[in-house]
Design a protein around this ligand. Sequence first.
Ligand SMILES: [Zn+2]
Length: 282
Amino acid sequence: MKSSDTDRKGGRSISEGICLRRLDYGNTSQVVSFLTPGAGRIDCMARGAWRAPKKGVAAGIDLLAKYRLHYKTSRHGSLDTLLDFSMIEHFGGLRLSAGRAICGYYGVELMRNFTAHEQDCGQLYGVFLDKLRQFAAGERLGTGVLELEIAALRHYGSCPDFSCCAECRGSWEKVAPSHFCARRGGVLCRHCGEPRGGKMMPDVYPAHKVSAVTLLCHLCRETGGAGVAAEPDAAVAAGKILRYHISRLLGKELRMWKYLHGRHYTRSLARMRPGSPGVVPN
Ligand SMILES: [Zn+2]
């Protein structure tokens, strides 16, 4: 069995999973949510998770760590029972700086909003795991967040098309982009997106920056591999477009956005070397 598979027998499952949430319950137990590749999000009761084993100290289950899980699925919509767990990977580098931690916690918030119980999410799980490793190493925090957002939107079936104008399908080489349109689920060109008769179209967000739209187009095309690097201001503008789309989709703002847009994030983006190979031109 591959480590990413979910193996089920008689209501008992073996899988790997990343901890998305944990609450202490009583003196020694925890209620824990995991993201698993085969069964989506699962909510477990981990009885005695805080109880010290025969040797060593009580460990409990950590947020943002990867575990090997053995659990019993419940039939009536109540919590699954965690029978056994062991940590496989802890992404310790995430705790080394505020910028890395913010990206990791934002990943958790995205997964909690875009995945469901009993829904296969193998591809998204793979991207999440990849990004956690990348964030823990302090690499490409800016574009990594964008790639994770795009993967979550793709899993949800609502990833916008940035390759051309969503209305006339015209290329960005001929007419520059103007606005992102939530109803159309894409960017409109200057001809289609500008106000008509002095009135702005509803549900639109400014998307004038060609480099941001080009970056989103590249990231949406990218399937695995090294990914593309980006200039900091293009990555920030691209993030704003994606987050506008997510806010219209979910009908709410995500809690980590204010931290993402804060100074740690801006600093880490500013450290990216402009003009390095793979930078998308303006
Ligand atoms: Zn157009």
